[in-house]
Design a protein around this ligand. Structure first.
Ligand code: HEC
Length: 116
């Protein structure tokens, strides 16, 4: 895994979990500040602003869409990982489910799952 990706992964997971001492002690997690940049690096190629390349009609660049109810689960349910499709997808052991897809290369770091 490239260092930049590793950092992004950790930031992403910490962001979703909101569990670093700093984050907990200071301010609440903010989608645009804390989560969006990491989704941007790893997910926007297929779930971003570009309609032509968008997969699964899912966009993660806009908070309203990322939090919206979908057929199964919202992509992100703030504060509840078990109801966040994004979380389930990035941590899935099933290669057909896991995001980003295998063809994109590295999966995100699992280091922070233990914090669940
Ligand atoms: C190379 C393109 C690509 C990238 C990059 C990508 N995805 Fe996906 N994503 C897809 C495709 C194709 C589907 C639909 C097929 C499926 O459900 O597996 C999908 C489906 C999903 C779904 C299910 C949507 C639903 O409600 O049906 C979620 C959640 C998701 N992706 C999250 C992510 C996250 C989070 C990232 C970044 C960590 C990411 N994806 C990166 C292509 C991509």
């Amino acid at each position: 895994m490239r260092p930049s990706q590793m950092l992004a992964s950790v930031g992403f997971l910490v962001g979703l979990l909101g569990m670093t001492a700093a984050a907990a002690a200071e301010e609440p997690i903010d989608f645009n500040r804390d989560i969006r940049p990491i989704l941007s690096d790893n997910c926007f190629a297929c779930h971003g602003p570009n309609m032509k390349d968008r997969e699964a009609e899912l966009r993660l660049d806009v908070e309203q869409d990322a939090f919206a109810q979908r057929d199964e689960l919202p992509a992100i349910t703030p504060g509840d990982l078990t109801k966040s499709a994004v979380w389930l997808r990035i941590t899935s052991d099933d290669e057909d489910e896991r995001m980003p897809p295998k063809k994109c290369g590295e999966r995100l770091s699992r280091a922070y799952i233990l914090r669940l």
